[in-house]
Design a protein around this ligand. Structure first.
Ligand code: GLY
Length: 365
């Protein structure tokens, strides 16, 4: 069993990572049950593939599950579904010490986490992420949110889970495109501050995507270790440390917005394209050697991810206008995560947006 702690004083928690963990989760989750009952919240996909493993494992411990199922997809992160979920949890007589278990991808984790943050002024929750993106990023660190008409993740809170259980075997049923998009967030950790892990990604990324369970487990352990360290150092993103996790996100946000936050561009695909652009922008400004920027882009392309603006005919100024709706905007400027090389990312708050627009206009389409 790989155990990684997120060290946050009396809110510290463990992340357990092991293939086959869901089948063996009964004794691990049993201490969190009250009156031999646990509440699981899942989406249509995780309800089919993962909930039966968990509920069988809990039944073997004499624990009954109440399972609430929500539609899969980003539209579920809404006021409507939040209200409905809170009502259903209250109808199940949830108490403040109870632990709700979120079983699914980032949508379920973010929604259940936010519901847990506000029900009865805060109850507990456990993350069981079942997609690669949620296993390496969103289930760790306590960011919870819903979307509104004004944008993504604009309503939410920091609310840390009590435990995270990651079973890499759940990735076997994930659609290939979603797996690949999640892999962008794996590569991100190498590009931020771990050049040796980027070397590992170059050597093992293709095998990981093809189904190599050891490679998947290793990538999750390494990514989660990085994220736990970053979150422990800067839980609320006030010190320019956690902000590094936004590498690729400002450029990527513009691309996702241009595609209407639809399945035409998945979040991880936008992050990949955004990381390629951030490295090329850094190289163009003389901050990063050109061959390092190209190395980042070549690996993303080698695993079938976008690394630039191919397919976008949009003028740079139009894409920059999307960036201005990013929630990270502060005092009219945007922090950009740039790089001095592979594994040497940093925050730059002095970037003139007209320079970004001109850079984007020079990119191959
Ligand atoms: N997904 C970025 C963060 O957790 O800060």
């Amino acid at each position: 069993m790989n155990t990684i702690q997120v060290a946050l004083g009396d809110r510290s928690y463990d992340i357990l990572i092991e293939p086959g963990l869901l089948k063996r989760a009964g004794p691990i989750l049993a201490p969190y049950a009250r009156n031999d009952r646990l509440i699981l919240v899942a989406d249509d996909n995780s309800a089919r593939h993962c909930v039966p493993l968990l509920s069988d494992a809990l039944a073997a411990e004499g624990i009954r599950c109440d399972v609430l199922t929500l539609p899969a997809g980003e539209a579920t992160k809404s006021w409507t579904h939040l209200a409905e979920l809170c009502d259903r949890l209250l109808a199940l007589e949830i108490e403040r010490k109870d632990h709700v278990i979120a079983v699914g991808g980032g949508v379920i984790g973010d929604l259940v986490g936010f519901a847990a943050a506000i029900i009865k002024r805060g109850c507990q929750f456990i993350q069981v992420p079942t997609t690669l993106l949620s296993q390496v990023d969103s289930s760790v660190g306590g960011k919870t949110a819903i979307n509104t008409g004004a944008g993504k993740n604009l309503i939410g809170s920091f609310h840390q889970p009590s435990l995270v259980l990651i079973d890499p075997e759940t990735l076997a049923t994930l659609p290939e495109r979603e797996l690949r998009a999640g892999y962008a967030e794996v590569v991100k950790y190498g590009l931020i501050d771990d050049p040796a892990f980027f070397d590992w990604c170059e050597a093992n990324g293709v095998a990981l995507l093809a189904g190599d369970l050891d490679a998947r487990t290793r990538a999750i352990v390494s990514s989660v270790s990085s994220k736990a360290r970053i979150v422990a150092a800067d839980e609320r993103e006030t010190l320019d440390i956690r902000a590094l996790l936004n590498l690729g996100h400002t450029f990527g946000h513009a691309l996702e917005a241009e595609r209407g936050f639809s399945s035409a561009m998945l979040h991880g695909e936008a992050v990949a394209a955004g990381m390629g652009l951030a490295f090329r922008f850094s190289a163009e400004r003389g901050l990063c050697p050109t061959d390092e920027a190209e190395r980042a882009c070549v690996h993303l392309a080698a695993v079938g991810l976008p690394a630039g603006l191919h397919g976008f005919n949009t003028p740079g100024a139009h894409l920059v206008a999307h960036m201005l709706h990013d929630k990270k905007r502060s005092g009219g400027t945007l922090p950009f995560i740039l790089a001095r090389g592979i594994g040497q990312s940093f925050v730059d708050k002095s970037i003139a947006l007209d320079e970004v627009a001109a850079f984007l206009d020079r990119q191959p389409r």
